[in-house]
Design a protein around this ligand. Sequence first.
Ligand code: SAM
Length: 387
Amino acid sequence: VRAAGSRAVRVQDLAVGDRRGQGEILDRLLGNDRFRRWAARFPLTRPIARRRAGALFDLTAGFVYAQVLGACVRLRLFERLLQSPATALELAHEWSLPADRAERLLEAAQALDLVELRGAQRYGLGPLGTGLAENPGLVALIAHHELLYADLADPLALLRGETGRGALGRFWGYAGNDSPAALPDQAVRDYTQLMAASQSLVAAQALDAYPLKRHRRLLDVGGGDGSFIAAAAAQAPALQLMLFDLPPVAERARQRLGTLGLAARASVHAGDFLRDELPGGADIISLVRVLHDHPDEAVARILGAARRALPPGGTVLVVEPMSGTRGARRLEAYFGLYLLAMGSGRPRSARRVEELLRAAGFRAVRRHATTLPLLASVLSARAAPEC
Ligand SMILES: C[S@@+](CC[C@H](N)C(=O)[O-])C[C@H]1O[C@@H](n2cnc3c(N)ncnc32)[C@H](O)[C@@H]1O
């Protein structure tokens, strides 16, 4: 600031009094147009100024980036380019789009590293596109975001609670529903398929961080169609399997586990974990992407039921994205709004989940590092003997 003061900016120009805190002084300085122009030129501050401007541009343009990605996903661009690179004209023809519009989309996708030019005219997968081409789970997650964007069209109306049950609330039929056990199959079908499609990514994180071989019987609560216990079964061949979910989801799990040849190793239980007791007999209970869907009182009920269903010393495993985790700094911004639009739940830090676990009678809470905390963090805890 002093260096700047000698040439372009004098601190007194900023009208910053001694009474202000350091944060306020800095806010005022960074908001000062002359200071910003100086910082953009001064060699030591230039990279910072550029980085900030770039970050602000990305925030402003984020919605457009997401729509470019959404359009590519709807046109199945990544699967297409995995087969072979193609020109804009070929793709325009396949998509029944005017050639200049297809080119516009491809140029946007190229700027976002989703595709890249191979030679003068052919497009191939870019560094981010390769990650999507063979990942149907991620593609399905991206595709369902059009529901979220519809709900976020007026974020202030959403924050004020003026929007009522939106597209995501309808998609996640159990969210904010007083009688979720009465939901028909058609109300759980789409979210169950979405969860199944993306489960392999989460299961890999969870099972690498916390291998299940040391356990005898796993109960997966809110276990969806059984994709997680199927992955656990593959990792731990001696593990017995149990699953608890809403009646129509449990029925789907029964069928899927049968198809996978796991019927003899697995028992499936239907019910409402906010009202019913959980079945006993497991030495480990997993809650995968379940707690963040529910408010604290409901989480206390679910964990209480898990505690009662476990023997003393039994393990509970919580697997979900947790806020405040290193490597996943933006989670709050995303999940905070996502769950608000969905109409139930909130993102929680590992510390907050730990508090809820302790309040429910769990001890020895441990964090298990995952390689992709954006997908999931993992906490384990033991049922206290005295409860
Ligand atoms: C976000 S999904 C996660 C599914 C699965 N664990 C996964 O990660 O793929 C939440 C699951 O909890 C189940 N669920 C929600 N409310 C429930 C309730 N009150 N009782 C039992 N299951 C419930 C849903 O049916 C759904 O399968």
